[in-house]
Design a protein around this ligand. Structure first.
Ligand code: HEC
Length: 123
């Protein structure tokens, strides 16, 4: 039977628009898909951090031991470098933070977290 390694036509119909969307998304980010991006950082924060940390502009964290991101960001002396260095080195993490971040994820998270200082929502 040769049909078994062909994509069923219904699946192909679904996959093509998805592929076109993916290509369109790549075009808008240009040649640097890993450029630090605060909007991407917001998505990562909501996906991977919001279970414990408050990731928005204000409010308390769901886990009271996890500092709200707006507080981390506005801590005196907090810089892009110091926050990125902390996040890059998983050894700093408390046991609860059982996750691993890629360098471009760190950079986008830092861009997002430091944007919280502006008090402006990110779209
Ligand atoms: C399962 C819960 C949990 C998740 C998920 C989590 N954290 Fe945490 N995080 C904590 C706790 C608890 C602390 C505080 C540890 C301490 O003070 O000893 C912390 C501390 C931190 C700190 C240091 C805060 C400070 O006060 O200096 C940063 C920065 C941080 N987390 C970032 C993140 C990021 C970014 C993510 C998502 C990629 C994340 N965390 C996901 C629980 C979590």
């Amino acid at each position: 039977m040769t049909a078994s390694n062909r994509i069923p036509s219904t699946l192909a119909k679904l996959a093509l628009p998805a592929l076109l969307l993916t290509l369109a998304a790549c075009e808008t980010t240009g040649d640097a898909p890993y450029a630090p991006d605060a909007s991407m950082g917001m998505l990562i924060a909501r996906d991977s951090c919001a279970g414990c940390h408050q990731t928005g502009l204000n409010g308390d964290s769901p886990n009271e031991d996890a500092t709200p991101f707006h507080e981390v960001a506005s801590r005196p002396g907090m810089t892009e470098e110091s926050l990125a260095a902390w996040l890059r080195d998983g050894h700093n993490y408390p046991a609860e933070m059982n996750l691993r971040l890629e360098p471009h994820q760190v950079d986008s998270l830092v861009a997002y977290m430091l944007r919280l200082r502006s008090g402006q929502p990110i779209s």
